[in-house]
Structures are given as structure tokens and as C-alpha cells.
Design a binder for this molecule. Structure first.
Ligand code: PMT
Length: 397
């Protein structure tokens, strides 16, 4: 990643979770520095955060022993993004009114980079009109707010005011850093998730696809300005964006029907869905009773949606996926030919942490000339960014 992330910590109980946030960024190979308010050091020590960030932690405006001041301007200019988490009601009010009685506040006032905040406070404080007013004002001043979550609070009460989990804050900051308008005006079609092929009203043939990979790809394109049509099989995944058009389907035939309606309007297609290759020849209208000792299901082949898209492709860039259990590269290469693709993304169940369900994946991208680009095991969010970057460099055909 290589980005400079400045983490600001204020005096809320959720400060203890910032150790995890710092680790999240370090795992993505970001350079991390931490600035803390003096009061926040009662909740988590600078030693913990300097150890995890591998950088000294800045707390004081000046060093009382040497008389030297801490250069908050330098710190602010160093950062590509500043994330203040947890943000207390007190620091929020000071940020809004421009007060600068500690190093974190002076750094905030000097920051030229985007600033993101994750408030955390008790529910009454979070609901208070002054807090609401201050958060609104902060947003008007150009600061991005990650709204507090609903849940258990340190007071023992349950309500809004809980800081978002480090994982969520980390992902938000990464999305923010990755956002651009590189794909402005470009329409992208993505297929995601499994298909379920009905046996009877209660049973189906399906697979373990969670939809995570496809939804992360959709999110990565949306964050880079694209308009995305996401045709997805059954999934628990949720994604909201003004430029997202989501179409939910159940079966391969339904997915094909939706893809056929929109493919010709799209410039790019990324087909990550795990489509069932076969479906029952007949779907029983009533639940099948378990009277017989054995039963046979007759299956017929499903349409190959990706192959159809490749066969009618004009000036479009089409990327398929290949999920293999052996000889992944060879199978991947043959699918580029047989489905008329520009590139294929190969993931193999032989690699631990890759494929279905996991939050991680390990991919190889193979292009039309059979050149192979290999990537390490990464989060699906990062994998999606690699895929979108690859397409960005190659799709202008
Ligand atoms: O959803 P997750 O849990 O995050 O998991 C992600 C994933 C493992 C499902 C994903 O990374 C992946 O590999 N998707 C493709 C799985 C697959 O079905 O591979 P395949 O080798 O059978 O199919 C090859 C390509 O043809 C795929 O692009 C597939 O979408 C497409 N296809 C296949 C059959 C069919 N009838 N129609 C198709 O469009």
C-alpha cells in the first residue's frame, strides 16, 4: 500500500481498540504514525502504539526536558490521510471551534490531507443536540464522519455511540484512499455469488460462494467512479452506492437472462459468480417426500453465461474467474480461449485461505498472451483492488 496514515487517538474507552487498527494498516504495508491527546494515554499507552506502528508516538506539544517543540505541521503534511478514532465529544467540540490546546488538535488544524473521524461516546452524549450540531459542522468543514454504531456501551447501556470496529474503520480508510474517478463514465457488469438450482420448493443444488469476492470487486469499481451493474445469486452481502444497480437472481438461467439484458451497454465485464453447471431437469411443484430408499435426480447442463458474453463481445473487456482444485493455470488458460476472454483470474482450493467464503483470496491473473501475474494471499478487498488496477492498465483496447 505504501500510504502514510496518521492515527489520532482521543480519550475514550474505545482507545484500546486502536492497537488493532494500527495493526490492520501495518499488515497492508502502510506507514503509520500515531498522535495522542495526553488524556488518551490513560486508556492505551504510547509504548503499545509505538511498538505496533514502528514509529515514535507524538503526545506533547513540546518536550519539557529539552524545550524542543514537536513539529505538528511536518506531521500533518506527512500524512496522506488522518483518522481520528475514537473521537470524543470534547475533542469534537474543540475541532469545530478551532481550539488547539494539544498536539492532536494543532496537527488537525495544519492537516492538508483528508481527515476522517470515528466518534465514540455514551448514547446520551451522542444524541445531544450539541454533538449532532458539531458533527454536522465538522462534515461541512470537509471532514468525513464514520457514524457510531449501535451496541453495548462502556456505561452498560445499549444504544448508538459505540465506535465502529477497527476492521470496519480500516476498510473504510482503505476504500477512501483507493477512491478516484479513473472509471468515471464506464459501465461495468459484475456477476457474483452462487446460483441455486431448484429441486423442489424447499431444496436446491448450490455451492459455497458467499458473494464476497464479487461484491468487493463491485465496491472497488464504484470507488473509482464506475457505474456498476451487479447481477448476484443468493447472498447475505450488502452494498449501497448511488452508482450501483443490483439485480438479485436465483438460478443460472435467471442470471443469463439479466446479463443478456445489459451486457451490450457495458464496457467491462467481470464474471466472478460460481454458476452451477447443471440443474435438475424438472423442478417438483411439491416437496419431495422421503419415501423411497434411493432417488435419482436427472440433471441437464446450464447455459454458460460467460461463454455467451464472450461470443457476442465487441469492443468490450471481459474477465472470467476460474476456481480449480488442480492444474489451475492450465485450466485457466484453456478458458481464455474457449470463452473468448481478455483475461482470467485463477484461484485454487489448493491454496489455504483462497476461494469460497474466506475473507482472503490468492489469485493469478492470466492475460490473452498467457502472461501470468501472481499475487500473494490478501484480503478480498485488496485482491479486488489488484484486479481493478490490472483492468485499468489493460482495458483500453
Ligand atoms: O463468493 P466467494 O465466497 O467470495 O468466493 C469467490 C469465488 C471462489 C466463487 C470466485 O473467486 C470464483 O472463483 N468464481 C468462479 C467460480 C467458478 O464457477 O469457476 P468455474 O471455473 O466453474 O467457471 C469459470 C467462469 O465461467 C467463471 O467466471 C464463471 O462465473 C463462469 N461461468 C461458469 C459456468 C456457467 N454456467 N456460467 C458461467 O458464467
Amino acid at each position: 500500500m505504501g500510504k502514510h496514515i496518521l492515527v489520532g487517538v482521543t480519550a475514550g474507552i474505545a482507545a484500546y481498540k486502536i492497537a488493532e487498527l494500527v495493526r490492520y494498516f501495518k499488515k497492508l504495508e502502510a506507514e503509520v504514525k500515531v498522535v495522542m491527546t495526553p488524556a488518551s494515554c490513560d486508556f492505551i499507552t504510547p509504548l503499545t502504539l509505538s511498538t505496533l506502528s514502528q514509529n515514535p508516538v507524538a503526545v506533547d506539544l513540546y518536550d519539557s526536558k529539552t524545550g524542543e517543540w514537536t513539529n505538528h505541521v511536518e506531521l500533518a503534511l506527512w500524512a496522506d490521510v488522518m483518522i481520528i478514532a475514537p473521537l470524543t465529544a470534547n475533542t469534537l467540540a474543540k475541532m469545530v471551534s478551532g481550539q488547539s490546546d494539544n498536539l492532536l488538535l494543532t496537527t488537525f488544524l495544519s492537516a492538508k490531507c483528508p481527515v476522517i473521524v470515528a466518534p465514540a461516546m455514551d448514547l446520551d452524549m451522542y444524541q445531544h443536540p450539541s454533538t449532532k450540531r458539531n458533527l454536522e459542522q465538522l462534515e461541512k468543514d470537509g471532514v468525513t464522519v464514520i457514524p457510531a454504531d449501535y451496541g453495548f456501551l462502556a456505561s452498560g447501556l445499549v444504544g448508538h455511540g459505540r465506535m465502529q470496529e477497527p476492521q470496519q474503520i480500516g476498510a473504510f480508510v482503505c476504500d477512501f484512499l483507493a477512491s478516484s474517478d479513473e472509471f468515471q463514465g464506464v459501465k461495468v457488469l459484475i456477476t457474483a455469488g452462487p446460483t441455486y438450482e431448484r429441486i423442489d420448493p424447499v431444496r436446491f443444488i448450490g455451492n459455497h460462494s458467499s458473494g464476497k469476492m464479487g461484491f468487493e470487486i463491485a465496491k472497488a469499481f464504484l470507488n473509482k467512479g464506475a457505474e456498476v451493474i451487479l447481477v448476484t445469486g443468493p447472498t447475505k452481502m450488502v452494498l449501497h452506492h448511488p452508482n450501483l444497480h443490483r439485480v438479485d437472481v436465483m438460478t443460472a438461467e435467471e442470471m443469463l437472462g439479466e446479463v443478456q439484458k445489459v451486457w451490450q451497454q457495458c464496457r467491462i465485464g467481470v464474471f466472478s459468480a460460481a454458476v452451477a453447471d447443471y440443474r435438475p431437469r424438472n423442478t417438483a411443484e411439491q416437496k419431495i417426500k422421503k419415501n423411497a430408499e434411493e432417488m435419482q435426480l436427472e440433471l441437464v447442463k446450464n447455459p454458460d453465461i460467460l461463454k455467451w458474453a464472450g461470443s457476442v463481445k465487441k469492443q468490450q473487456y471481459l474477465v472470467g474467474f476460474a476456481l480449480e482444485t488442480s492444474d489451475a493455470e492450465a485450466y485457466g488458460k484453456s478458458k481464455i480461449e474457449s470463452k473468448n476472454l481478455n483475461a482470467i483470474i485463477v484461484n485454487s482450493l489448493e491454496d489455504a485461505g483462497a476461494g469460497f467464503g474466506h475473507n482472503t483470496n490468492k489469485i493469478k491473473i492470466i492475460d490473452k498472451s498467457n502472461k501470468i501475474y501472481s499475487f500473494e494471499l490478501k484480503t478480498k478487498q485488496q485482491v479486488a483492488l489488484d484486479i481493478v488496477d490490472f483492468i485499468r492498465e489493460n482495458y483500453e483496447i
